[in-house]
Every structure is written in C-alpha cells, then in structure tokens.
Design a protein around this ligand. Structure first.
Ligand code: BES
Ligand code: MN
Ligand code: MN
Length: 465
C-alpha cells in the first residue's frame, strides 16, 4: 500500500473518522473514580463495537479482576507476522474542573500555536483515546482497502491510569492468545509536529504513601506546641532531606543500580533538539530546576527522580485554626531508570523514612503501584519499521528519544510474552496530558492513521527477510 492510497482513504473518511473519536471522548472513562464505573464499561462496549465494524474477529470484552480488556484480532495467515496493539481506554480524572476552558467530556476543536490545524480539547484526547483509536482506524483502512499485510491482535485495557493492576494476571492467563512478534503502542510523544521522534525507553515508577502520626489526637497548638512533635513539620523535614544541595537524591542505595550513560549515549540523546526558552515560556517559569551535572533532556529522560504528588494534614479550611495536628500524609513517587528495580527502590525508600523519623512520631510507609523501566533497541526490527514508516510520512528520519513517563505494563510484555514494545507515539509533551485542557492535534491524529499502515508494511517486509 502506498502513501497516496492511504491519504486518499483518510481524505474520503475524514469527518467520520474524527467524529467517532469525539463520541468516544464524550464517555468519561475515569478509572480512578468509582463514580465513573459504568462509563468505563460503556467505553469498553463502544470500542468493541468499533473493532467489529472495522473488521476484527473474535472481538470480546474480556473480564479481569478490574476493568475489562477489549480484545480482537484478524489472522490472515498464521505464517505471517503478528502485530499486537496495546492501548488504554481509561483516562485520568479531569479535575481541577474550574481550570478547563470547556468541559472535559464535551470535546471542542480549537486552534493553538502548536496546532494551527486545530486540536481536540477533551480529557483522554491525547492520552490515550485519540492515539489508541488511530490504530482502530488504521486497521479499518487496511481492511477496507485490502492491504493488511500481516496478522493483528488488539489488547485495549481500562486500567492503565491506575497502574494496570489486573493486566499482568490477564496476560499470564492469555499467553497463547497473545502470541505475536511485536507490541505496538501509541501512548507517547514526538518532539514537535515537524520533528518526529520515537521513544527508545521509558522510566519506571515506584509510588509510595507515607503517614506520620504524632499525638493520639489534634491538640491546642498553644497548650502543647513546642513540646510535642508536629507530624507535618517532621514529614516536611524528612521530605526536604531527600535531596541535597545539588538536587541529588540522598536516600542510601537509591542510585546503586543506575546505569550511567556512556559519553556516546549521552551525545546521542542530546542530538534531539530542545529549546530551553520555549520550554520555560510554555511553563511560565523563570528557570528550570534539577540535578546538578545534567541538562533538562537528561533530567527528564534518563535520570531518576523523587517528587511529592500530594501532601496534606491539619487545618486547611477557611480562616485560621491553631492546631497541632495528629497526622500528616504524603504521596511520593519516584521515576526510575534502566536497571533500577521498583521493589528495591520502594524498600530503600521505606527503610530511609523509617530510620530518620524521630521516636516522637510513628511512621507508616505503604507502596502503591510500581513499574519497571524499559529500553527499546533502535536496532530491533520493530524500531526500524517504525522509523521507516515515520520517515515516509514526515519526510524526516525520526530521532530516538527517551520518554520520561511510564507505561508499567511494557516491562511485563517483555518478561511474560518475550515481546519488545515499539513506542510509536504521536502526541506532544505540551498537549496537557493529565492536566486541565488536554488536547490532541488533528494533524497528529491523521498523521498517526497514515503512519501506522506503513509500520505494518515495513515490519512484515523486514520480519520476512
Ligand atoms: N501515556 C502515559 C505515559 C507517557 C506519557 C509516556 C508521555 C511517555 C510520554 C501513561 O498513560 C501514563 O500517564 N502513565 C503513568 C503511569 C501510572 C499511572 C502508573 C505515568 O507515567 O505517570
Ligand atoms: Mn497513556
Ligand atoms: Mn496517562
């Protein structure tokens, strides 16, 4: 299938292909909030229907301990290669709602500086409904034009945004069904719409919750203040002690397994264009911040981090209340880089917090979800096929980059299925994923649909060599 034929199919179906995505975006499939349970399930039903319409066989809503996986396949010839597509139909919570310029589940199209052709504003537009749905439409295109060159299996989950707690078991139970040659995922970013790139790695994650308890009840801060530990003060002090003056993490053994990049790898990584002034301007900051000795590309791509995601306790209502609180809480996550292990890092974190807390308080450290970092070889057949596909549709060879985000299940695909994942993403980091006013470029959406069939073509060709 050539580029012109692909473009002509997209052109003839432009409006429908876009409207179907808008319909999906109208269903608030927030996996974290049980209030939306029915909507998450409704989204799975909608994807099932769209996959059947596109021509997939054996389409089912496959139950897990949590939200179901939508599965479907098209086996044209068992001797041909099989591409396994992964994506997620769940989305992040939309709040803070008051910061959205239009309601998060009523998609609207507006032009922006980076998206002069317009972008779809809605929660999940970029992460990941818009990117996942490109695969359904690219599959439809190949089916309708009789150009599907290999087998395909779809595995679209509904719990990615809460750490994929059920997918691991589902994969183990469905190993036979998932046999294939490569996993294809669009859930990451490119550098810019005129600068294609492919992530050759993702960071891992260790997410912790800490509870610090002082006295057995809230106290009068005048009567007791100064004589009894304030758990908020103590928690803040411990958190502050996690970084030194160079913004290096101080937890013992935190860096023990980190593989430092070689000079060559570092140079390679820094070939990706990065405009620090645009970066600062977009975020409204005077200066960047981070670990000494590394630049922003390195800090966000190949260095581990420790960040407080939320902290609470004491009185936060209107006016002032003099209180010495009994409890303080924080949610703290660490991004991990190749060779670090989520379990090991959770353990050194817990040990550190427990060891530095004074006897005046009790401290409880609980791990939430985690995920391992991944590296994708730029020498693999899948990466090469992705690179060739993008080069053709963008007119430029994509630059290998490192994604700072995490897709925890990717490491499991390798471990349980022995398959590499190709991170063929089309979003922009500035598309406000997880933030108010998330959006996805119309250009990016159609470009994805145009590029994916070429991935199939090149993958099949290279794999058959
Ligand atoms: N699609 C993102 C991950 C991502 C975004 C990777 C941009 C690279 C570039 C994914 O949906 C996500 O948000 N993952 C979470 C993981 C978590 C909820 C377990 C993350 O990275 O925080
Ligand atoms: Mn995602
Ligand atoms: Mn996400």
């Amino acid at each position: 299938m050539d580029n012109a034929a692909i473009k002509s199919y997209i052109d003839q179906n432009k409006d429908r292909v876009l409207n179907e995505l808008l319909d999906l975006l109208r269903i608030p499939s927030v996996s974290a909030d049980s209030k939306y349970k029915q909507d998450v399930l409704k989204t799975a039903e909608a994807i099932k229907a769209r996959l059947i319409e596109a021509g997939a066989d054996k389409v089912e809503i496959s139950p897990t301990k949590g939200f179901p996986v939508v599965y479907g396949e098209k086996i044209i010839d068992p001797k041909k290669p099989t591409v396994v597509v992964y994506g997620h139909y769940d989305v992040q919570p939309a709040d803070p709602l008051e910061l959205w310029h239009s309601p998060p589940f009523e998609p609207v199209i507006k032009k922006t500086e980076l998206h002069p052709d317009g972008a779809i504003f809605a929660r999940g537009s970029c992460d990941d409904k818009g990117q996942m749905y490109m695969h359904v439409k690219a599959f439809e295109l190949m089916m309708k034009t009789n150009t599907l060159p290999c087998n395909v299996k779809f595995m679209i989950e509904g719990e990615e945004e809460v750490g994929s707690p059920s997918l691991g078991d589902w994969i183990i139970e469905n190993k036979e069904k998932l046999k294939g040659d490569v996993i294809l995922i669009s859930d990451t970013s490119i550098i810019a719409n005129d600068t294609p790139s492919i992530d050759s790695g993702l960071r891992g994650l260790a997410y912790m919750e800490v509870e610090v308890t002082g006295a057995n009840r809230d106290l009068h801060s005048g009567v007791y203040g100064g004589g009894v530990a304030n758990p908020i003060n103590i928690l803040c002090k411990i958190i502050a002690s996690c970084h030194d003056e160079n913004n290096h993490i101080t937890i013992p053994d935190f860096y023990a397994d980190v593989l430092e990049l070689t000079k060559e790898q570092r140079d390679e990584l820094n070939k990706a264009p990065f405009d620090i002034n645009n970066f600062k301007k977009d975020l409204g900051i005077e200066d960047v911040w981070g670990e000494k000795g590394y630049n922003t590309t390195e800090r966000t791509g190949v260095r581990p981090t420790l960040d407080v995601n939320g902290i609470w306790g004491g009185y936060t209502g209107e006016g002032a209340k003099t209180v010495l609180p009994s409890k303080a809480f924080a949610k703290i996550s660490m991004r991990l880089v190749p060779n670090q292990s989520s379990d090991k890092i959770s353990a050194v974190f817990q040990k550190y917090f427990e060891s530095v807390a004074p006897k005046s308080v009790k401290i409880e450290v609980k791990p939430h979800h985690g995920g391992e970092p991944v590296v994708v070889s730029t020498e693999s057949v899948g990466y090469k096929a992705a690179s060739m596909a993008m080069e053709q549709t963008y007119g430029k060879k994509p630059i290998p980059t490192r994604g700072g985000g995490s897709i925890p299940i990717v490491a499991l695909f390798k471990k349980e299925l022995g398959l590499d994942s190709i991170l063929l993403g089309f979003g922009l980091d500035t598309d406000a994923l997880h933030s108010p006013n998330e959006h996805y470029g119309i250009f990016n959406y159609y470009k994805g649909i145009e590029t994916i069939p070429l991935f199939y073509k090149y993958f099949t060709e290279l794999q058959s060599k």
